[in-house]
Design a protein around this ligand. Structure first.
Ligand code: MN
Ligand code: MN
Length: 461
């Protein structure tokens, strides 16, 4: 393409305009929709990734050329050896597998008039009203006293029941409609309806044995009969309420994908595909998928933990004895693969349009994240950014650049700073999404394809 002096981001639909490209884009989107439909929690995502890697010959022995290491089923590191020495660093893509949701409290069950409910504690940044009056599915694990694990996944198949938080009817919402959003929607009212029918008493006029909380007791009977679990078992469970139902194409042209958890599973999916399909190259490729990003990356399976460092230490011992892991880390190059907020057609005023991400213009670089005066951010250096720009221009891969909203209006972070802490070069690159953190996020099919191309080109470079 002829270079002009002015800059304008390229539209990925124009880049990928010919019929075979469009066909392979749609095929990729179909596989992505299946992945989104099946993987709604970090555990399910890590299981999926692990299975795909094992099928591709990855093993847990770091002496191998293709290695993987999961942590507690919630985070995963994988690496693929290249011909260049590990001393030159890793080419790494990092994404996160956790998503905003409603977690069951440890003692969740309550009975209120007419229903038994589960009390919840929300995880990550949600707009609470989006979770009312919509079908929810339950995903997670229940760990029994003897250590046995029961996997839970209810509400996804068409013949299975779903669960729901009731919302206030408009007729009685007059007072609420004058309140601020944070006053109107209280976290302690996010109670999920689990059942409705009461347990029958034994009969008689004065039934001393009549259950005190008949609906809750009936529910416990059902849970015991069906799954062999008691109320105490729920204390040692991780149960997540997530939007029920499949991801879908959106629009007459099927050019968008709608679904839950695209932040950041679109990056997990494309980074995994990139690792699996990249041409065997010279560089040593790696991916890491973390948990806990949505709540600040703390915890054993989050980016602030030492897990990644330990993996690189073991990799160095095995692939490059004598080379300190610190050297490998310092010389690595990384993409922090996370989504960017797309310019919202109906809320354009929160964006500074020239530096906002456009749906359909390819993956988006964020040179820095954070808020206010770039607080809480790591910032990529211009040299690294420049190299990547050159790489993508040479390969004809569309890309763009953005900040998260207007300066001083908000902000947000990614895992980039945890990698930057090692001194490695790192920049954020990921597709734009609309309705981020909602039960039904939107991403462009063209961006999905362009992001895969960009991650692949980075790993191969
Ligand atoms: Mn994210
Ligand atoms: Mn997020």
């Amino acid at each position: 393409m002829e270079k002009t002096l002015t800059y304008k981001p390229q539209n990925a639909w124009e880049t990928y305009a010919d019929a075979p490209q469009r066909k392979s884009m749609e095929a990729l989107a179909v596989r992505y929709i299946d992945f989104l439909t099946r993987c709604k929690t970090e555990r399910e995502t890590v299981d999926y990734v692990r299975e795909r890697l094992i099928q591709a010959g990855y093993g847990e022995d770091f002496a191998g050329e293709r290695v993987l290491r999961p942590l507690r089923g919630k985070a995963l590191f994988a690496a693929r050896r290249g011909s260049r020495p590990l001393e030159e660093g890793l080419t790494l893509i990092a994404a996160h597998a956790d998503t905003p949701r409603l977690d069951f409290k440890q003692r969740p069950l309550i009975e209120q008039p007419g229903v038994a409910q589960a009390k919840t504690h929300y995880y990550g940044g949600i707009r609470k009203y989006q979770w009312l009056a919509r079908p929810l599915a339950l995903h997670g694990v229940v760990i029994r006293e003897n250590g046995e694990s029961l996997t839970v996944n209810i509400g996804e198949k068409p013949d299975e029941p779903v669960f729901c938080i009731a919302d206030l009817l408009p007729h009685l919402a007059q007072k609420q409609s004058g309140q601020t959003i944070s006053e109107a929607f209280e976290a302690e009212k996010l109670n999920i309806i689990l059942s409705h029918s009461p347990k029958q008493g034994k009969g008689g006029k004065k039934d001393k044995d009549a259950p005190k909380e008949p609906i809750k007791e009936q529910l416990l009977d059902i849970l015991h009969k069906k799954y062999g679990i008691s109320e105490e078992d729920l204390i040692t469970a991780e149960l997540q309420a997530v939007p029920a139902g499949p991801a879908r194409f959106v629009g007459f042209d099927k050019a968008l994908v709608g679904g839950y958890g695209q932040d950041d599973r679109i990056c997990v999916f494309t980074a995994l595909e990139a690792l699996l399909t990249a041409e065997a190259g010279q560089g040593n490729m790696a991916v890491i998928f973390w948990d806990k990003e949505e709540i600040g990356s703390d915890g054993a399976t989050g980016a602030a933990s030492r897990f990644f460092q330990y993996c690189v230490e073991d990799l160095a011992r095995s692939w490059a004895p004598g080379v300190p892991a610190s050297h490998v880390l310092l010389h690595s190059r990384a993409l922090s693969a996370d989504v960017q907020a797309a310019l919202d057609p109906d809320f354009q005023e929160v964006h500074e349009k020239q530096n906002a991400a456009q749906l359909g213009c390819g993956p988006c670089f964020s040179k820095f994240t954070g808020s206010r005066g770039k607080y809480g951010a790591s910032e990529a250096d211009a040299e690294f950014f420049g190299q990547l720009r050159g790489l993508y221009n040479a390969k004809g891969i569309p890309w763009q650049t953005a900040e998260l909203g207007k300066v001083d209006l908000g902000g947000g972070g990614t895992v980039a700073l945890f990698l930057a802490a090692y001194g490695m070069r790192v920049i954020d690159l990921g597709p734009a999404v609309l309705s981020m953190h909602s039960p039904f996020e939107l991403a462009s099919v063209a961006d999905l394809h362009a992001t895969l191309e960009a991650y692949k080109a980075f790993l191969e470079a």
